[in-house]
Ligand binder design. Sequence first.
Ligand code: NZQ
Ligand code: ZN
Length: 390
Amino acid sequence: MQNFVFHNPTKIIFGRDTIGRIGPETKAGGCRRVLLVYGCGSIKRNGVYDAVAASLAESGVAAVEHPGVRSNPVLSHVRAGIALAKEEQVDGVVAVGGGSVLDSAKAICAGALVEHDVWQFFKGKKPIRKALPLFTVLTLAASGSEMNGGMVVTNEETRQKFGTANTLLHPRVSILDPTATCSVPADYTAYGAVDAIVHILEFYCTTASAEPTAIQDRISEGLIESIMAACDRVLADLQDYQGRADLMWGATLALNGLTAAGRGPVGLPMHMIEHSLSALYDVPHGAGLAVVAPAWMAHRAERDPVRIAQLGRRLFGLNNVADDRQAALEAIARLKAWFAASGCPVTLHELGVPEDDISQIAANALGLAKIWRLREYDEAEISAILQRCR
Ligand code: NZQ
Ligand code: ZN
């Protein structure tokens, strides 16, 4: 167990009929005039918008709307939100949607309080020292953005999709009502489960600590197993509340710091590569990970199969496979088969990405590898991993 500080300031309100808490919580947070950030219409169709608007109005919190956040959110829309937040002199932000909406809102919270361009935060050129208070209502179980300080935005001009994090960007309060996710279609339900699973795998597989990480590993393995089971339930019945609830809480726990604490330095190499697929081809984040993760894991297993072999023995019962490399490769094959059975693409071709573009994708990903200080990844290494996505 390595030394660590675990500080997660986000208050979670979880369960049925909790969306009406957004007004009182935003008011209690000191806000009277907020920017209401949301996507391209799903919340208008599933009733979440009406519940949020009514709750804010009943609490006397005025809402200035900033709709239109796209999946894989773009910098131009964030900049417009910052301009609106400044012009309307809002004192907080309410985000209602999935990870794209919450991340855009975080960028607006930080960008609204500085004079420089918000992209400077993503390039690591400017530190985040203050942010407007953020309150969220989550409608898609995937990113974990509801309980972390991370945000990911695409700069359409440079075709870069960069992520950064800061504790100041943690939502003050996030409301997680699983019924709000019942309108998520099967494909995005599966993509969300893959995203959450890969968040856990990133830290599990990149743990280099010589000291044991028994607690972290068991939490991680249990979360992966539960998320897979919950996803299977929901794909069998999209209205399955308990399945939706497990998916939602599992995705939140997957990236709120819990599974990483005590592991020592870890990284997000699979995300580093996937963000380029989403930046260049606008593919859903979880779909891109379903292609990249098995390839990265197979590449890692060549050099260091121990962690993945342990996952295979504990998750897929491969105790009879003594050789670590064999156990690791079998574990990867099982995971990839589950991704495919859940309706996810598992090759670049199935994702709709031209295999001839591998060198362009690798060059794009290298930009994020440098910012994230993933020093072992050069273009050749990233290309070699992408070749395994064919
Ligand atoms: O825009 P609307 O109409 O709402 O449609 C959305 C969108 O088209 C739809 N949707 C959301 N909730 C729904 C719904 N449809 C029906 N019913 C509902 N209840 O789903 C589509 C995808 O939404 P999006 O927010 O893009 O999905 P997700 O939550 O997977 O977020 C993906 C974004 O999160 C970032 C990714 O990079 C990507 O940009 N991530 C953020 C992280 C973080 N902050 O820590 C970490 C993650 O690794 C990830 O990178
Ligand atoms: Zn992710």
